[in-house]
Design a protein around this ligand. Structure first.
Ligand code: BG6
Ligand code: MG
Length: 220
């Protein structure tokens, strides 16, 4: 069985989900309201503008398109300040070992992220060289849960959807993988990520053999 792996970035390979949360929280606070950690879960995997729309809606705040552009840019400037200081130490447990094991076996690897900052993050964390294809927020027009990002990733890897495994920490991302007809490993819990094939707290317990077995069992 040939498999191909498509990794989400924020919250799967690197510990940036917390920076997104801090920056959005600061923006909401500056507008005079707050949102909960449960609400923050709903933002994961969702692109920048759509996230802003959800947050403004929670705060019952209405803004013009031009104002929204400014707010999104402000949030991103805070976020970029944080990721600019990142290093390899913020690569999540198990990520490096799994990427190395996949590479050693000749398994193709793609990035499937909503972020427009993926280039900077991959560079700061020294992960860029692992990827055979990169599909990020600059390359897609629709946000997860739409499957576009993963379908494009599979295309660039020349892989059939049935051979792809997606790694996701976001409910929207798990939905996108399901919509793409791909196997999906949830980094998190079944409560937060309904519909994934398997769940792990991080990538450290995942083996190449286990991934091959997952794809085989989905086929049968
Ligand atoms: C996703 C994050 O990976 O990227 C979301 O889970 C974020 O929280 C989205 O909104 C877009 O990121 P960026 O870096 O383009 O603002
Ligand atoms: Mg994520």
């Amino acid at each position: 069985t040939t498999i191909a792996c498509i990794f989400d970035l924020d919250g799967v390979l690197v510990d940036t989900a917390v920076y997104h949360y801090q920056a959005w929280k600061k923006l909401a606070n500056s507008l005079g309201f707050d949102f909960s950690e449960a609400q923050n879960e709903q933002l994961k995997g969702v692109n920048r503008m759509r996230s802003l729309d959800m947050i403004l809606n929670w705060g019952r705040v209405t803004k013009t398109a031009a104002e929204k552009e400014e707010l999104a840019t402000l949030k991103n400037s805070w976020y970029v300040d944080m990721i600019n200081k990142m290093s390899v130490s913020e690569v999540l447990p198990g990520s490096l070992n799994l990427l190395k094991a996949l590479k050693a076996q000749g398994i193709k690897i793609a990035l499937g992220s909503a972020s427009k900052n993926s280039g900077l993050i991959l560079e700061r964390t020294e992960l860029a060289h692992f990827f055979d294809a990169i599909v990020d927020g600059n390359a897609v027009t629709t946000s997860k849960p739409d499957p576009e990002v993963f379908i494009k990733g599979a295309e660039l890897l020349n892989a059939a959807a049935a051979d792809c495994i997606v790694f996701e920490d976001a409910a929207a991302g798990v939905q996108a993988a399901i919509a793409a007809d791909m196997a999906v490993i949830g980094i998190g819990t079944a409560a937060n990520l309904p519909g994934a094939d398997e769940y792990y707290k991080d990538l450290s317990a995942i083996t190449v053999e286990g991934l091959i077995n997952l794809v085989k069992s989905k086929h049968s």
